[in-house]
Design a protein around this ligand. Structure first.
Ligand SMILES: C[S@@+](CC[C@H](N)C(=O)[O-])C[C@H]1O[C@@H](n2cnc3c(N)ncnc32)[C@H](O)[C@@H]1O
Length: 331
């Protein structure tokens, strides 16, 4: 397994835009919440002074092993084997409460997808696992043993926007009860035959959305985003920057809503002449619309195709008061 990791490369997506978004001070403290193979981390380290610090997270033991090698070569860098939902706890334990920039590059890395035995890909035959952290939690095969048809339909719809969720969920559960669902090829086969014939040979493979939805479910990715982004906002210094790359619209909506709730914090009805809820904004958008890769990047790295980068900044207290209209008490 380690051998595969060494030979499978991960090309960092939106690399320069991502680093430009979070970097502001060469002496600052930064957090890369999704180390992967360190493409973004290395780029950031290249901009830091001797005083600058970078702490990375990854829940995947292979990614952490790669990060530990980097930590041995560069004293400014450290890595934690932890999911980023634990960001707040880990930063508090290290006394990092005023972070200069925090970045998330969500989803899976190329080494994860390219190793058949991780079970992420329908293009290779492997076990039904899909865990990013192979040291804990239950693999997909075990999770499916305890799911009802209703729950599975809901998972496929919510996390995959799957149009044929009912047909696919039925096919998966039938294959499982028949003892014909033990590998990723079995799962791919169940999806392929569940959709109507005209939907089998389009530009997107009929198993794509199901694999995405099941991966999000197995790794509890939406809750991770909620907890990780909230902790990141709480630990940014005034003026500190947050950058998040996501790969599908459901994730992007979640991120947008989480940040938007901190940009427009007041919850008073619009007809109220003055604010009575007292909630002040804590963030502002640095890019109102998500940044996307250009044609050149997509051609060079097709996995970047659906990527979207959102960038926001933590307000100073004075900015928050001004933006809330508090100075004059006006809503
Ligand atoms: C798209 S890759 C990041 C690639 C990285 N930016 C690079 O340039 O090499 C995503 C990485 O984040 C990790 N990851 C995803 N969700 C995570 C979470 N909730 N907590 C910690 N790590 C996570 C995955 O294990 C994977 O290694």
């Amino acid at each position: 397994m380690a051998t595969d990791v060494e030979y499978s490369e991960h090309i960092p997506v939106l690399r320069d835009a991502f680093i430009d978004a979070i970097f502001s001070d060469p002496d600052g403290c930064y957090v890369d919440c999704t180390f992967g193979r360190g493409g973004h981390s290395r780029q950031l380290l290249a901009r830091l002074s001797e005083k600058g610090r970078l702490l990375a997270f990854d829940r995947d033991p292979d990614a952490v092993a790669a990060g530990e090698e980097l930590a041995q070569q560069d004293a400014r860098f450290a890595i934690e084997h932890a999911d980023f939902a634990r960001l707040g706890e880990v930063l508090d334990a290290r006394g990092w409460c005023q972070v200069t920039g925090i970045g998330f590059d969500l989803g899976v890395s190329s080494p994860q997808v390219d190793q058949a035995q991780r079970g992420f890909s329908f293009r290779q035959d492997g076990p039904l696992d899909m865990r990013m952290d192979t040291t804990q939690g239950q693999p997909l095969s075990r999770r499916l043993e305890h799911v009802s048809e209703r729950e599975l339909i809901d998972i496929l719809r919510r996390f995959g926007d799957e149009r044929y969720a009912q047909r696919i969920a039925r096919a998966i559960l039938k294959a499982m009860h028949d003892g014909a669902l033990t590998t990723t090829s079995d799962l791919e086969n169940a999806c392929f035959h569940a959709v109507p014939k005209q939907a089998r040979y389009g530009s997107t493979h009929p198993a794509t959305r199901t694999f995405q939805a099941l991966r999000i479910w197995v790794n509890d990715e939406m809750q991770q985003i909620d907890d990780g982004i909230s902790a990141a906002v709480d630990h940014l210094q005034p003026g500190g920057r947050l950058a998040v790359i996501s790969f599908h619209s459901g994730e992007d909506r979640r991120i947008r809503d989480l940040i938007e709730a901190r940009v427009h914090a007041c919850t008073c009805p619009p007809q109220m002449p003055v604010c009575v809820c007292g909630k002040k904004p804590t963030m502002r958008w640095l890019q109102k619309k998500p940044v996307r890769p250009d044609e050149g990047e997509v051609a060079a790295n097709p996995r970047s195709r659906s990527s979207m980068l959102r960038v926001a900044q933590r307000l100073t207290d004075a900015e928050a008061v001004k933006l809330a209209g508090y100075a004059g008490g006006v809503h």
